[in-house]
Design a protein around this ligand. Structure first.
Ligand code: GLC
Length: 692
């Protein structure tokens, strides 16, 4: 059952696509406390209750035992002690004495104290009592958790589907500063036969970091560069930042000012500092301004560009003009002749607090249907609306063609317009595990096209870390290697173990027919691409507490290694499964492993995963980029006792007619009287063979 409860006068966010009438009953499960403007929702937990949800957040799959803040943050330290990351995904699934999903459609700041202050109490606090709250419960015995997600996803609408090429391997780095650097990346991948589908442009391609401009000396002919790369089947994907540079003569700035499209501050247009220096922020809450910003992308569509990443859209601010003035004021009043440690510390303290200051959010405004609304009340919508603006422009440009689009900041609802990447992680072992834990939570709220910067954005990667990152992320939809200027170079060809890492990437391309099928079916049928073990093994207490293994659909179990110098890792298998091992020489070994606890040896150059009982994995052919060739010959690896069927999804990878019946190709295999596995239905693929 799905019910909607309304408090006060909510701001419309567009998170939900179904019109649900407002219930006049009392909100179930929660006790409500009001104090001045604030509202608190209290729930008492059973000892063994588990809490899932919150999408992009730190810590485990089970979120119990910490306090999380939903307030989109430019947070470069994804450590246990933090409370917010870039997205705000305000939903929880409680599983225990009661089982339900709750979604607070509220675009301001929310604090989720999930058994932190009091071990058995949830307290959810909002600054203003204006919101829609949705509660979903299920009246079924088994499969409740999956059904809750399914109903929730139905409520919030179908997830964004990128083109097929976006499932290929992608290379990025902040620091590719000109055409030559980009061409070198292309050549090195092609020469060394490391598959590749996209190269990214970070802020250096712009002229002094001005959105929708191209640096004339560094990239003298962008259109030609796009064409050159396309001949090699590589897509160029530029970054777009939220802030528009303040500069006389820059047409985007001038037009935005003239038309009144930027957010107003207390006195005139609000000004902050990001990469270009002073910037203004487009008021995406104003539909006209939003459309105008979206239209700017067309300059790049015209050059043949078909993919973008939207950044700094929390929005991130290194300082506000007011904050900077305060620092200057303090500095100017200092007694420079007697400048001592105290002076220095005072100045340092002042500088340290001006970035992303919440107080600043109260002093700039959005125009929502003629009303002036302070930013803090709608902060969590900013990246979402920026990305929606880009997606609308893409659709207007060519509604029949899919483009690639993902964002750093997000809110539920944005999952319909684009994907997300998980921001500035680090070349740390713990960040592999963090991604394993975050993927299911993101999938629960519709963010399917997602992934982390492979091998870590900042800090220096080691070659074993690189290999282990790859071994997990070949299963992740957005597979992009990205790093920061100044960090160790981490293109695959920089390492002594390049061949071993390339083997993993090559295997990724063989996995694409399966991964793409899993992805599209998850999007179309509102399912999870990656899910916690507890969602499929709800009565197995051990499986329900596993934090570092996940399922990919109903077919695979993934248990990556995330410790340096480890020979392998401990695993728990909730049922007998087939272990599949890709050896360094490309050979695939298989064996059945019994249910229970095991130590799994995984040398750094090998890849190991598991297939569930009566399930099959369909592999395609190796390729250097995503194209038809992948489907020419299919190989089935199956763990079959009697029989199994799989729906392989295949379309042209670019158009938007997802639901044509001919895209869904049924493949069936069974074990015959002689004990051999045979294909009984081939889905129209003539070249299928079974690997035993
Ligand atoms: C931000 C982004 C990062 C990008 C950098 C420079 O830190 O998260 O991915 O490389 O800005 O544009």
């Amino acid at each position: 059952m799905l019910e909607r409860f309304q408090f006060g006068t909510p701001i419309k966010t567009g998170a939900v696509v179904e019109e649900i009438s407002i219930s006049n009953k009392e909100l179930p499960f929660f006790e409500i406390k009001k104090e001045e403007n604030k509202i608190h929702f209290l729930y008492s937990l059973g000892d063994k209750d588990k809490i899932y949800g919150l999408g992009e957040q730190i810590r485990g799959i089970n979120k119990r035992g910490w306090t999380y803040t939903s307030y989109c943050a430019d947070e470069g330290y994804h450590t246990e002690g933090r409370h917010s990351l870039y997205g705000a995904h305000n939903f929880l699934i409680i599983n225990g004495k009661d089982t339900f999903l709750v979604f607070f459609d509220y675009p301001g700041k929310i604090i989720f104290d999930l058994g932190y202050t009091h071990a058995n109490e949830i307290e959810i606090t909002m600054e203003y009592a204006d919101m829609d709250c949705y509660i979903i419960t299920e009246d079924i015995e088994h499969g409740k958790l999956e059904k809750l997600v399914n109903d929730f996803r139905h409520l919030i609408g179908r997830s964004y589907i990128p083109p097929l090429w976006a499932f290929g391997y992608q290379q990025s780095r902040w620091g590719y500063k000109n055409e030559k650097d980009i061409l070198e990346v292309m050549q090195k991948h092609r020469e060394q036969k490391i598959p590749l589908d996209a190269i990214y442009l970070d802020i250096d391609y712009m002229e002094r970091f001005k959105d929708f401009t191209i640096h004339p000396e560094r990239f003298p002919d962008m259109k030609k560069l796009v064409e050159t790369l396309k001949k090699e089947h590589i897509h160029l994907v530029p970054i777009i930042d939220a802030g528009v540079k303040v500069e006389k003569g820059y047409s985007v700035y001038e037009e935005g000012v003239e038309k009144g499209y930027f957010c107003e501050g207390e006195e005139g247009i609000f000004t902050a500092g990001v990469w270009p220096g002073f910037v203004h922020f487009t008021d995406f809450m104003n539909p006209e301004a939003s459309k105008w910003f979206g239209n700017q992308y067309k300059t790049l569509f015209e050059m043949g560009i078909e993919g973008f990443w939207n950044d700094m859209n929390e929005p991130s601010m290194f300082y506000s003009l007011e904050g900077l003035k305060e620092v200057c004021e303090v500095a100017s009043q200092m007694d420079w002749e007697n400048f001592d440690l105290n002076h220095f510390l005072t100045l340092q303290a002042k500088v340290n607090v001006i970035a992303n200051k919440e107080e600043d959010h109260k002093h700039f405004y959005h125009n929502i249907e003629g009303q002036k609304i302070p930013h803090n009340k709608v902060h969590n919508l900013y990246g979402y609306y920026m990305t929606r603006a880009a997606k609308m422009a893409m659709e207007e440009y060519d509604e029949k063609k899919r483009m690639l689009l993902f964002s750093r900041s997000s809110y539920i609802g944005m999952h319909r317009y684009g994907g997300i990447w998980t921001g500035d992680n680090k070349s740390w072992w713990s960040h592999i595990k963090l991604l394993v834990q975050m993927m299911p939570s993101l999938n629960m709220c519709g963010f399917l096209y997602t992934g982390a910067d492979i091998a870590g954005f900042s800090d220096d990667v080691t070659q074993d870390l690189m290999a282990r990152w790859m071994a997990f992320t070949i299963f992740v939809p957005l597979m992009r290697n990205h790093s920061e200027v100044g960090a160790r170079r981490q293109e695959v060809y920089q390492f002594d173990n390049c061949k071993e890492i390339s083997n993993f990437i090559k295997f990724r391309y063989r996995l694409i027919p399966f991964l793409y099928s899993e992805f599209i079916k998850s999007a179309l049928w509102n399912q999870m691409y990656m899910k916690p073990l507890s969602f499929s093994f709800e009565n197995d207490e051990m499986a329900c507490s596993v934090e570092d293994e996940i399922l990919l659909g109903d077919t695979l179990l993934l248990a990556p290694v995330y410790e340096q110098n480890a020979l392998g890792r401990y695993i728990y298998l909730p049922e007998d499964m087939k272990e599949v091992r890709l050896k360094a020489d490309g050979k695939i070994e298989q064996k059945v492993v019994e249910k229970g606890h095991h130590y799994l040896e995984v040398p750094e150059e090998e890849l190991v995963f598991f297939i569930r009982k009566n399930k099959m994995l369909i592999l395609g052919e190796e390729a250097e980029w995503t194209d038809e060739k992948i489907y020419e010959k299919l190989t089935i690896i199956a763990y079959i006792e009697d029989k199994c069927e799989y729906v392989l999804y295949q379309d042209d990878g670019i158009s938007t007619e997802y639901e044509k019946p001919e895209h869904f190709k049924k493949i069936c295999v069974e074990r015959n009287e002689n004990g051999e596995i045979v294909v009984t239905e081939n889905g129209g693929f003539s070249d299928i063979h079974i690997l035993e």
